[in-house]
Design a protein around this ligand. Sequence first.
Ligand code: ADP
Ligand code: MG
Length: 272
Amino acid sequence: MSELVISDLRASVGDKEILRGVSLTVRSGEVHAVMGPNGSGKSTLSHVITGRPGYTVTGGSVHLDGVDLLALPAWERAHAGLFLAMQYPTEVPGVSLESMLVESAVAAGRDASAVASAIRSEADQIGFDASLIDRPLNVDLSGGEKKRNETIQLAVLQPRIAILDEIDSGLDVDAMRAVTRRIESATNDTEPLGVLAITHYRRLFDELEPDHVHVFADGTIQKTGGPELAEELERTGYAEWVDPDATVETASAFDNPFGDTTFADALNLHEG
Ligand code: ADP
Ligand code: MG
């Protein structure tokens, strides 16, 4: 059994504090939903836990099975059993999905001979076009294809804990069902996956059953409940947690590579 323990985590970009004390424990087999408005710091949370450069951790800790993740470079965090399905998956020209996963298996000291067939069977299961497997990683793939690609990586790598950052974005209903069904099944394996699933939408949880739902706003968890909280959020939106006086800075495209996050976006969340 594994355990990701996030304790009073605080982090900044430049002199702007984005994570303001996040505490959360994800155990094997559990699904934790993190739901909140745009610009609240959800992706920042995923990046800080997995070790993306550019953030300053100003307080708190993150441990995976007792290992201090914040002391490690990103690849060693992955080695410790952590996986991130990115909100905006990176295109990697010149590197195929298979090369990446074979090298990952080798680095983890695993048998890499089964990787190629595992990729094909996972792709088939979630409706990822087999002709795309040999393309450079994520290059020229549609949003939904990238999300399926992330899911294949997750299924083949078999991490202990996975963070899914808006894995539902870009997926149509059928693809969403296939992807979430696959992840739900990983949470029921003999070594069950623990999931921290970031999303705006309850529909992610039609197949993937959350044990705990957390409302995330203004850089911290504001409320925790069961699956019924996701239903409630679907009805009410996040207005209760969006401070009308807050100024969510719209950083320039140059210094905010993630950024479709504006205050207006947060308010218009349920119109789209
Ligand atoms: P969410 O995923 O909840 O939409 P993010 O974590 O992407 O929110 O962003 C939270 C806030 O932090 C936003 O105001 C965003 O502009 C800002 N931010 C995140 N990363 C950076 C960065 N690298 N540089 C500047 N601002 C950033
Ligand atoms: Mg985000």
